[in-house]
Design a protein around this ligand. Structure first.
Ligand code: NAD
Length: 302
């Protein structure tokens, strides 16, 4: 496991829970320390909720699962005997290229080299490795135990047996595992999510609807627990803008230019929940008021 940030510690934990031995590497000793703390705390929560084992009859102990994750300060030792390497390092192409160049040299020839990147297709890493036939995307969602889904995608040269192995690793984690056919920017999940975000922000940019009414329409009409603007606030508007810029850079098409409402908020320092303000104001956003969903709080105020 390369990277021990938000996704790295979570993916390592999912793998350890499923019985895999995990070697976790990060250039930051602090990230490794934090990862260990979060992994231990999450295991305790799962144990308290009876959700530790994948099988109902399983009687795993948190410390046994934690022992399967070993932390390393250098990449070569971490991947020397790996069957699969999953990279979840910073979302910058040059960082990933460098990591894959090293993985290609240090991991066994048959090890799968996978990236958890949200927006970089593995095709763009193919020229950093000698054997692209084992390179693929393997994309998890944040908090994979709450949103249990992973998707596998070719780099254009990936062998079928490699894609099949990655897909089966996903299934073995006790989560839904999907295979993208061919190559799709945003894979499956992020492609759909991006269209929803884009449509929501376009309605606001054009002045057809307020942020709150778009969220209500999606929550009521599509029976979603959260609206797109609430979800974007949680994920971080700076991250959302980076993704929009990436789409624009890839296509160059005017319709992919990042929405104005998003550009304006980020340039004003409103980054969502983490900065106290985004599309909503935190820590007490309007959508948490009783009656908000059906606009009853508005009538009460009028
Ligand atoms: P993060 O910033 O929390 O963690 C990134 C980690 O990578 C940091 O700990 C950093 O020290 C480490 N790192 C940087 N350069 C490195 C190197 N050369 N070798 C090893 N480690 C290195 O980021 P994150 O949110 O965990 O995202 C990681 C990847 O997962 C990205 O590619 C992102 O697109 C993808 N992803 C993120 C989410 C999400 O919701 N955050 C969801 C799905 C996929």
């Amino acid at each position: 496991m390369v990277g021990a940030g938000l996704m790295g510690w979570q993916i390592a934990l999912m793998c350890a829970r499923a019985g895999y031995r995990v070697a976790q590497f990060d250039i930051s000793p602090e990230a490794l320390r934090n990862a260990r703390e979060r992994q231990a705390a999450t295991l305790q929560e799962w144990a308290a909720q009876g959700r530790l084992g994948l099988l109902e009859a399983s009687v795993e102990q948190p410390e046994i699962v934690l022992e399967r994750i070993e932390h390393f300060a250098d990449l070569a030792s971490a991947c020397a005997t790996a069957d699969m390497t999953i990279e979840a390092a910073t979302e910058r192409i040059e960082v990933k290229r460098e990591i894959f160049r090293h993985l290609d040299m240090a991991a066994p020839r048959e090890a799968i080299l996978a990236t958890n990147s949200s927006s970089i297709q593995s095709r763009r890493l193919a020229d950093a490795v000698r054997f692209a036939d084992r390179l693929c995307n393997f994309h998890f969602t944040n908090h994979p135990w709450l949103r249990p889904y992973v998707e596998t995608m070719t780099c254009g040269a990936t062998r079928d047996d490699v894609l099949d192995r990655a897909y089966r690793v996903g299934r073995s984690l006790g989560i839904a595992s999907a295979r993208v056919h061919g190559e799709s920017q945003g894979f499956i999940h992020n492609y759909v999510w991006r269209q929803i975000k884009k449509a929501a922000m376009t309605l606001v940019d054009r002045g057809h609807a307020s942020v709150e009414d778009v969220d209500r329409a999606v929550m009521i009409g599509l029976r979603c627990p959260l609206g797109p603007f609430q979800m974007m606030d949680r994920a971080g508007l700076d991250v959302m803008l980076d993704i929009e810029r990436q789409w624009f850079a890839e296509s160059g098409e005017e319709r992919d230019r990042p929405p104005k409402v998003l550009e304006d908020l980020v340039s004003a320092g409103h980054l969502g929940v983490k900065s106290g303000r985004g599309f909503y104001r935190y820590p007490h956003p309007a959508f948490e008021e009783p009656g908000w969903l059906f606009g009853q709080n508005q009538q009460a105020k009028e």
